[in-house]
Design a binder for this molecule. Structure first.
Ligand SMILES: Nc1nc2c(ncn2[C@@H]2O[C@H](COP(=O)(O)O[C@H]3[C@@H](O)[C@H](n4cnc5c(=O)[nH]c(N)nc54)O[C@@H]3COP(=O)(O)O)[C@@H](O)[C@H]2O)c(=O)[nH]1
Length: 632
C-alpha cells in the first residue's frame, strides 16, 4: 500500500472531503448495526464494533493528511467485515452480499487504480468462495440452492458495476484534474495581472498607478509629521541612442540597471518607480530641507553615471533630474509630476546630467512647448510649411544632379523657422508623420515640375524621420506621392538616419525592400555621428553615404576629421556606395574632397537652401553657364 504525502492538490482535497463524509457515515452505520445486532449474538456485534474502531482510526489518518491510507482502511475494513458477516450468516444468499457493489463504488471513487484492482479481485474471490461453499455444501444450504449459473451472474454483475463506476470515476477525476489545472492557470494570470497593475514587468519597480498611491500616502504622512517630501522626475539622457544602436535587450538591461542603481541610493522609506519608457520617479519622504533632496539627486547622478557592462561592451549613460518639493510645488500627484517634468526639461536644456528644482517661472518653458505643438498642428492644416531646395553636385563634373528638399515653417508671427526648432517636437508628438507626408507630396510634385522645364534627370532627395517608419504607413504614402505627381521612383532618393537601421531591422528592411521595387534609392544621412555600425551597411541595400558636415567643416584644420572622412569614403567604396560630402563651403575643401575620392557634394559653396522660385532661377542660370562653357 502506497501512502500519499499530505494532500496538496485541489483534487486530493476534494477526495479527502468526500472520503471523510463517507467514513463518518460508514462508522455511524457500523455502530448502529452493532447495536441492532446485539440481540442476534455477541460475535457479529464484536465484528461490527471492531470495524467501527478501525474506521475511526482511518478518520484519524485522514485528518493527518494520509488520504490513500484512509481510503484503504475504509475499503478493506468494509470488505473484510462484510466477508466475515456473509460467511457467518447465509453465504451467497445473504442480504449483506449487496454491500460488495457499494464497496466497489467507494473503491472506484476513493482508491488508486492498483488498490481498486486488488479489492476488485478480493471481492470476486470472496464471492466465488461463498459460491463454492454453497455448491459443494461445505455449509448448510437447505434453504438456498446455488448453481454455477448463479455464481457467474453474481460475478458478472459485480464486474459490470465495478468497471462502469471505475471508468466514470476515472473520467470525473481527469475532468477535475483539468479543471484544477485551468483554475491554477487562471489564478496565476490573475495574480500576474494584479501584479502588473501595480508594478513594472521589466524592472519590478512600482508603476505609475502605485507611485501615485504611495505619493498620496507620503503627502498625508508628511502633513501629520510636518516634514517635507520630494518628487524627483528622472529621464535618461541617451537612452534612445543606446536602445537604437545596441538593441532593445541592451536597452532593457540598462533600464534594469537604472532601477537597481536608484534603489541603492534610497532609504527604506523612499520609493523608486518606473513612470514609463526611460522615465523614473523617486519619492523622498521625511525630509527637513530641500538640501536633503539635492544630496540624493547628486547621489543618483553619480550612480547612474557609472559605466555599465553589457555583452563585454561598456556603455555610459547619464540622467537629467527635475525636483518638485512638497508641500509647495503642487496640489496633487499630477501637478507635482508636471512641475518636476518641467524642471527636468530645464536640466536637459542646461546641458543634461544635472538636476534642477522646479521654479514657477519654468512654467513658461512648458507653455511654450504646448504652444509649439498647437502651432505645428495648425501649420499643417493651414499650409504654413514650405520647402527649400539645395543642389547636389557631382564633384568631378561639377554638374547639378539633384536637389535636397529641406523643410521650413513660415510661422505667422515668428517668421521662417528652421527644422532644428520643431523637428524633435514633431517627432515626439508623431506630427512628423503628417508633415513628412506633405513633404513627400510637395517634393515629388516639384521635381516633376522641373522635369517639365527641361531638367529631365534631376533627382529629388527627401529626409525621412524614423517615426515615419514606425508610426505611419510609409510605403503607401511614398507610392501615393509618386502616383499623384507622376514622378518615376528612380528620381526619388530617401535620406535615412543611421539610428533607423539599428532599430527593428527586419521591419525596416521589409519597408525598404518594398520601396525599392519602385526604383527608389536610399542614402544614410549624417554618417559618422551616431553609433556607425558597419554591419547594417551590408545588411541593407543602400546607394550613398552622406559624410556629416561636422567632419567636412574641419577637414582642412583637423587631421582626425580628415582621417574619419577618408575612412568613410573608403568604407563606401568597398561597399559599392557613393559618398556625398555635406556642408562644403569653400574651394579648398572641395579640392581636398575630390582628391580623397569623394564623388558628390552639397553646401553653401554652390548654394544655400533656396525657396522654389530662386532655386528654379538658379537652375536656369546654371544651365546657361553650362551651355556657354560647353560652347567655348
Ligand atoms: N524628417 C525630416 N527632417 C528634415 C526635413 N528637412 C530638414 N530636416 C532635418 O533638419 C536638419 C536641418 O536642416 P536644415 O536646417 O535645412 O540644414 C540643412 C542645410 O541648410 C545645412 N547645410 C547645407 N549646406 C551647408 C553648409 O555648407 N554649411 C552649413 N553650415 N550648413 C549647411 O545642412 C542641413 C542639410 O541637411 P542634411 O543633408 O539632411 O543633413 C537636417 O539635417 C534634416 O535632418 C524634412 O523634410 N523631414
Amino acid at each position: 500500500m502506497t501512502d500519499s504525502s499530505p494532500p496538496i492538490s485541489e483534487v486530493d482535497q476534494f477526495r479527502a472531503r468526500r472520503l471523510r463524509q463517507v467514513m463518518r457515515v460508514v462508522a455511524g452505520g457500523l455502530l448502529l448495526a452493532a447495536i441492532t445486532n446485539l440481540p442476534a449474538g455477541f460475535k457479529t456485534t464484536s465484528i461490527l464494533l471492531l470495524a467501527t474502531g478501525t474506521m475511526l482510526y482511518g478518520l484519524h489518518r485522514l485528518k493527518q493528511g494520509h488520504i490513500d491510507t484512509a481510503a484503504a482502511v475504509l475499503l478493506w475494513t468494509l470488505s473484510l467485515t462484510l466477508t466475515v458477516i456473509v460467511t457467518l450468516n447465509t453465504g451467497l444468499r445473504d442480504p449483506a452480499m449487496m454491500g460488495y457493489p457499494a464497496i466497489l463504488i467507494f473503491a472506484a471513487l476513493f482508491s488508486r487504480r492498483r488498490q481498486f484492482m486488488y479489492l476488485f479481485g478480493f471481492i470476486l474471490l470472496a464471492a466465488t468462495v461463498q459460491a463454492i461453499a454453497h455448491i459443494y455444501e461445505w455449509r448448510d444450504t437447505a434453504h438456498s440452492r446455488v448453481d454455477w449459473t448463479n455464481v457467474f451472474d453474481v460475478l458478472i454483475i459485480l464486474s459490470i458495476i465495478g468497471f462502469a463506476v471505475r471508468f466514470q470515476a476515472y473520467d470525473l477525476r481527469r475532468a477535475l484534474v483539468r479543471l484544477e489545472h485551468e483554475n491554477r492557470r487562471y489564478r496565476q494570470s490573475e495574480e500576474r495581472a494584479s501584479y502588473l497593475a501595480q508594478y513594472d514587468a521589466l524592472t519590478g519597480l512600482p508603476n505609475r498607478t502605485l507611485c501615485e498611491d504611495r505619493f498620496t500616502q507620503m503627502l498625508k504622512r508628511a502633513k501629520r509629521s510636518d516634514t517635507k517630501s520630494a518628487l524627483l522626475f528622472i529621464d535618461l539622457d541617451n537612452f534612445k541612442t543606446i536602445n537604437d544602436s545596441l538593441g532593445h535587450s541592451a536597452g532593457d538591461r540598462l533600464l534594469v540597471n537604472v532601477a537597481n542603481s536608484l534603489n541603492s541610493c534610497l532609504r527604506a522609506t523612499d520609493t523608486a518607480c518606473r513612470f514609463g519608457g526611460d522615465e523614473f520617479i523617486v519619492l523622498l519622504a521625511d525630509l527637513h530641507s530641500a538640501q536633503e533632496a539635492e544630496t540624493v539627486a547628486n547621489k543618483i547622478l553619480h550612480e547612474l553615471g557609472k559605466p555599465i557592462e553589457s555583452d563585454q561592451h561598456f556603455f555610459e549613460t547619464s540622467a537629467s533630474i527635475g525636483i518638485a518639493m512638497a508641500p509647495t510645488d503642487g496640489t496633487d500627484f499630477e501637478s507635482y509630476c508636471r512641475h518636476a517634468d518641467i524642471a527636468m526639461y530645464q536640466a536637459k536644456k542646461d546641458g543634461k546630467n544635472l538636476y534642477r528644482f522646479f521654479d514657477p517661472t519654468m512654467n513658461r518653458l512648458s507653455e511654450e512647448r504646448f504652444r509649439m505643438i498647437g502651432g505645428l498642428r495648425k501649420a499643417l492644416k493651414d499650409d504654413e510649411f514650405v520647402l527649400y531646395y539645395q543642389p547636389k553636385v557631382n564633384l568631378q563634373t561639377g554638374r547639378w544632379i539633384g536637389a535636397e528638399a529641406l523643410l521650413r515653417w513660415q510661422h505667422p508671427s515668428e517668421g521662417l523657422l528652421s527644422p532644428a526648432r520643431f523637428i524633435d517636437l514633431a517627432e515626439e508628438t508623431g506630427l512628423i508623420v503628417g508633415i513628412g507626408q506633405w513633404v513627400l507630396k510637395q517634393a515629388c510634385h516639384q521635381c516633376i515640375e522641373w522635369h517639365k522645364l527641361g531638367y529631365r534627370n534631376l533627382q529629388m532627395a527627401v529626409n525621412l524621420s524614423p517615426v515615419q517608419f514606425t508610426r505611419g504607413n510609409l510605403t503607401a504614402e511614398v507610392r501615393q506621392a509618386l502616383d499623384a505627381s507622376g514622378l518615376a521612383g528612380h528620381h526619388l532618393e530617401l535620406e535615412l538616419t543611421e539610428s533607423l537601421l539599428l532599430r527593428d531591422a527586419e521591419n525596416i528592411r521589409t519597408q525598404l525592400n518594398e520601396l525599392r521595387t519602385h526604383g527608389i534609392s536610399f542614402s544614410i544621412d549624417d554618417f559618422g555621428t551616431g553609433y556607425s555600425n558597419l554591419g547594417y551597411l551590408s545588411k541593407f541595400q543602400l546607394e550613398a553615404l552622406k559624410v556629416d558636415q561636422s567632419f567636412v567643416r574641419k577637414l582642412l584644420s583637423s587631421k582626425q576629421d580628415q582621417d574619419i572622412t577618408l575612412a568613410i569614403i573608403n568604407i563606401a567604396k568597398s561597399l559599392g556606395l557613393v559618398t556625398v560630402a555635406e556642408g562644403i563651403e569653400d574651394e579648398e575643401t572641395l579640392t581636398k574632397l575630390k582628391s580623397m575620392g569623394c564623388e558628390m557634394g552639397q553646401g553653401y559653396f554652390w548654394s544655400k537652401p533656396l525657396p522654389v522660385d530662386e532655386f528654379t532661377d538658379m537652375l536656369a542660370r546654371y544651365a546657361e553657364d553650362a551651355t556657354q562653357a560647353h560652347q567655348s
